[in-house]
Write a protein that binds this ligand. Sequence first.
Ligand code: CAP
Ligand code: MG
Length: 439
Amino acid sequence: MQKEYINLKLDPYKGGKYMLVVFHLVPKKGEDLLACASEVAAESSTGSNLRVGTATKFSDDLNAIVYKVNKKKNLVWIAFPWKIFDRGGNVQNILTYVVGNVFGMSNLKALRALDCWFPSQMLKNYDGPSTTIMDAKKYLGIKDRPILGTIVKPKIGLKPKEFAEVCFQFWSGGGDFVKFDEPQADQEFCPFKEVVVEIRKAMNKAEKKTGKKKLMSFNISAADFMTMKERGDFIRKKMKKGSYIFLVDGITAGWSAVQTARRLWPDVFIHFHRAGHGCMTREENPIGYTVPFMTKFGRLAGASGMHTGTAGIGKMAGTKGEDINAAHQALFKKSKGDFFEQDWGRIKGMCPIVSGGLNPVLLKPYADAVGTTDFITTMGGGVHSHPGGTASGAAALLQACEAWQKKIGLKKYAKDHEELAQAIEFYVKKIPYTKKYLV
Ligand code: CAP
Ligand code: MG
């Protein structure tokens, strides 16, 4: 037990000194919950496993403090003096403390960060989003509906002209937004600079054909930030202002890659793809953190949009409660988590990006659940497998959205919308659980 890291009488909100985190913590057999919590507080702030003679009164005041425990539920609340964090709004530094070494402590069976809270005094130091979904919707000229997107599929393997053709087909079918898939970068068979030029041509053609503006989310993740910057700058040279979005693989390229993109290009929508997050966020993981917890840091880092899961409707693990809560934590000025109510103050909203195993029939259940139209949905398999091809898949998605907006049942709307009718027949057969969402 490291008593210097415990104060069950602390007022955690006093003076806005502390960032708060609640953990689910299960000690190794025979270990005491409070004692373990104090070890976690030590390791995630000033301490180690032993009290050191070099500690000073000043350093002791920077100790993280266990201020509440619930032994029955294995919950512990820890207050972190946010002055210990690298000043200048560095998100990776916070995570290095709070969900860093502590995940390796041998005296723990489980440690999962469930929720967190930031005082307004701390929020002042962090970027938050600059360009938002409002800007993207204004550019597209759409109001009371989500942005309808796809991911180029196959995930990898198309050559530049083939890749651009898939973009053209989706845009010409009525879709708004196309994204690179998370591993698409600068591959030998699809050189980055070549595919950017082809995409520009396809976008011009689609905008001319449809009379509507289109968006492209380019993956700029790279081996180093210099290359990431080169890719971003090349896109800015070749693409029309406002028509491009920068996608960063925020987990594998890293939180600093997200913040670098946000700081280099505040006028660009930064798309946080979270490939790899499952090792931390899956509900069955004893060690890790929740989707809402992770999403809050995506907003702090300044992503304009972040994948927040399909609320149990698509192919990826994730519960309705967590994913919808994550979407609200991302977007709303005030968001209520399972343990804390966050007022984001001046920090702009980050939009949910909803993707993974979706098809046009599955738009409605998510849209009904999330209670806002300020989100982007991207459907890959669920568009490019449409019997009529990509353009028909896009048309079916648009028709499904129209039906939702007009509050008309999909089957009824499909009576005079062929692509939607084909989609319903096809996806109900291919993905049987889709049927339960067919109203
Ligand atoms: C979706 C996707 C996205 C996942 C990411 C994929 O494709 O392109 O990367 O949605 O998951 O590769 O699976 P499909 P999440 O539409 O074909 O499933 O949004 O949960 O981070
Ligand atoms: Mg993908």
